[in-house]
Ligand binder design. Structure first.
Ligand SMILES: *Cc1c(COP(=O)(O)O)cnc(C)c1O
Length: 229
C-alpha cells in the first residue's frame, strides 16, 4: 500500500479511537483530506485507499486539480480564504464551502451557483480564538450571518467551521472546539437544523472529535509536511 494509504489508515484509526472514547459513532465523523499544495497523483493515491472527500484552499490550484481528476467521483470542499473575484470559480467547481464569513460573499456564491446543480453546502467560519485569530465571523455575529445565508437561494446552510489558533494544549484545543459546538447548539435551538461542525486538523483531531466534530479536515497527517510557498 502507498504511504498515503497507510497514513489514511492511521488517521481513520485515530478518529475511531477518539469517537469510541467519547461514546460517539465513528460513522458520524467524515474525514476530509486536505490536498492543498499536493499533486493530483497524491489525490489519486488517497482515492485508491478509499478516500472520496477532498479539501482545497487556493482557487487557482484547485481548479486545475479538479479538472484533471474529473474521471473520479470526488467531492470537493473549499476551505480557504475567499476573495470576491473568486466566488464564481468556487461556486462552479465545489460542492461545499466551509469558509464563508461575510454576507456579501454568500450572496455572490448564491448568484453564481447553477440551478442545474445541487445547492452549494455552506459552513460559516467562526473566530473562536478571539484576538489570537483574524479570520472568521465573531461569535456575536454568527446568528445574523446565519439568518442571511439561510435566506439565499442555491445555498444550503449546513453548519459552522473553525480554525482555532494552533496549540499543543489539549485543554485549550477542547475549549475552542466546545465554543463552536455551543454556537451550533444555540442556532439549532432556533430551528436552524444544522448538522455540521467542521473542526479538527492534524494536531487537534482528537479534541475536535471529543467535542462533537462531524467533519475533520486533515492534511499533514495524510499527505505529509507541506513545503512553504
Ligand atoms: C491546511 C488546512 C487544514 C489541514 O491542516 P493540517 O494541520 O495539515 O492537518 C485544515 N483546515 C484548513 C482550513 C486548512 O487551511
Amino acid at each position: 500500500m502507498s504511504i498515503i494509504g497507510s497514513n489514511l489508515q492511521v488517521v481513520r484509526a485515530r478518529i475511531d479511537a477518539a469517537a469510541r472514547a467519547a461514546d460517539r459513532d465513528p460513522g458520524d465523523i467524515a474525514l476530509l483530506a486536505v490536498s492543498k499544495t499536493f499533486t493530483q497523483d497524491a489525490v489519486r493515491a488517497a482515492y485508491e485507499a478509499g478516500q472520496r472527500e477532498f479539501g482545497e484552499n487556493y482557487v487557482q490550484e484547485a481548479i486545475g486539480k479538479i479538472a484533471s481528476l474529473s474521471d473520479l467521483p470526488l467531492v470537493w470542499h473549499f476551505i480557504g480564504p475567499i476573495q470576491s473575484n473568486k466566488t464564481r470559480a468556487i461556486a462552479e467547481n465545489f460542492d461545499w464551502v466551509h469558509s464563508v464569513e461575510r454576507e456579501k460573499i454568500a450572496l455572490r456564491l448564491a448568484e453564481s451557483r447553477s440551478a442545474e446543480r445541487d445547492p452549494l453546502n455552506i459552513c460559516l467560519q467562526v473566530n473562536v480564538s478571539g484576538e489570537a485569530s483574524k479570520s472568521g465571523v465573531a461569535p456575536e455575529g454568527v446568528r445574523a450571518l446565519a439568518e442571511a445565508v439561510r435566506a439565499l437561494p442555491r445555498l444550503r446552510l449546513r453548519g459552522l467551521m473553525a480554525i482555532p489558533e494552533p496549540s499543543g494544549d489539549i485543554a485549550l484545543q477542547r475549549l475552542r472546539c466546545a465554543g463552536l459546538r455551543q454556537l451550533l447548539a444555540q442556532l439549532n435551538e432556533e430551528d436552524f437544523g444544522l448538522d455540521t461542525l467542521s473542526m479538527g486538523m492534524s494536531q487537534d483531531l482528537e479534541s475536535a472529535v471529543t467535542e462533537g466534530a462531524t467533519i475533520v479536515r486533515i492534511g499533514t497527517a495524510i499527505f505529509g509536511e507541506r513545503k512553504r510557498a
